[in-house]
Design a protein around this ligand. Structure first.
Ligand code: NAD
Length: 303
């Protein structure tokens, strides 16, 4: 089976490539290394250093004819999307359209898109399901939501199969403090530098943290089921910043300090994604408890 992974040098994409290679897939990676790292590239995969919005990326899909496209490449840094909405749009929207357009000329069994809970903006419920109205408050969220609409319209117009996966806050080895959902990576980088950990507000704010291998398994399960659906990849559980700090205290041999700073303006207090539908439709479930995922992540930082 042949798969093309965009963003395969990045945090989530590189783990996905490793799992596909281990399962015997022939894997092609398209990545421009803007935030990805050469050292994460799986040597058994074929690497194409290309921008997803380029003609070469378009041509590559037509010539390689991948059965599965996992589209993860994105400008995933919310603050960069605010600083430069045009560049964000070029990667996240024009890039996605370019890939979809190439799929018109080659049979693809599924186009699996990495989307985000950022499409919801300030949600009006603490447990969000897929029917919650999207209302992004960042250009990043808006670019992802608009890309979702293009994917659906490409399906309706050109019959290109797809599954859209909206992730909670993904964490795990190889994550850096840049990009989406990086509080765990931020804390681990601070510990490495022996600096105190800054907690915004009271630390009781919660997010739905999902371990990267669970996201990988959801992608592979989604690729094999042509669903034409939008599904959430999450744990459905709330974890607070203080709970993260408590776990780090358990794992870290040296004492470290944390301090409270003011709330970040605009930060939502709680965010949790219901995963009932994805469990039902994909036959998938998260396997990693937060404690297990955190331990793996902590150990990977060799602190
Ligand atoms: P990442 O920055 O580690 O990976 C993105 C990869 O895409 C990088 O390797 C980068 O070099 C590449 N890339 C960026 N723009 C490109 C372009 N124009 N052409 C080719 N390659 C390009 O980010 P990640 O955390 O691994 O995120 C992967 C996907 O998951 C993204 O689509 C992101 O929006 C989505 N997502 C991530 C999270 C999270 O918590 N990390 C949450 C929700 C959704």
């Amino acid at each position: 089976m042949k798969a093309l992974v965009t963003g395969g040098a990045g945090f989530i994409g590189s783990h996905l490539v490793d799992s596909l290679v281990a399962r015997g897939y022939s894997v092609h990676i398209v990545d421009n290394l803007s935030s990805g790292k050469g050292e994460y590239l799986n040597p058994s995969a074929t690497f194409h250093e290309l921008d997803i919005s380029s003609r070469d990326a378009h041509r590559l899909i037509i010539s390689e004819k991948p059965e599965y496209i996992f589209h993860l490449a994105a400008q995933a840094d919310v603050s960069r999307s605010t600083a430069c909405p045009l560049a964000d749009m070029q990667s996240n929207l024009a890039g996605t359209i370019n890939l979809l357009d190439a799929c018109r000329y080659t049979p693809v069994k599924n186009f699996v898109f990495s989307s985000t809970s950022a499409v919801y903006g300030n949600a009006h419920s603490e447990l969000i399901d897929e029917s919650h109205p999207p209302s992004p408050i960042s250009f990043y969220g808006l670019s992802k939501l608009t890309a979702e609409h293009y994917i659906k319209l490409y399906h309706d117009t050109f019959k290109i199969p797809y599954t859209i996966l909206r992730y909670g806050n993904v964490y795990g080895p190889r994550q850096t403090s840049k990009g989406e959902g990086g509080v765990i990576a931020v804390f681990l980088e601070k510990l490495k530098k022996q600096e105190p950990l800054k907690i915004n507000g009271d630390g009781l704010q919660t997010r739905d943290y999902i371990y990267v291998q669970d996201v990988v398994e959801a992608n592979i399960a989604a690729s094999l089921k042509e669903k034409h659906m939008t599904l959430q990849v999450s744990t459905g559980e709330k974890t607070s910043i203080l709970q993260i700090i408590d776990l780090l205290k358990k794992y870290h041999k040296d004492e470290f300090h944390s301090f409270h700073a003011s709330d970040r303006p605009g930060d939502i207090k709680h965010s949790c994604l219901d995963n009932t539908l994805s469990k039902q439709e994909l036959g998938w479930k998260p396997d990693y408890s937060f404690a297990k995922g955190m331990k793996e992540t902590y150990l990977s930082h060799s602190l």
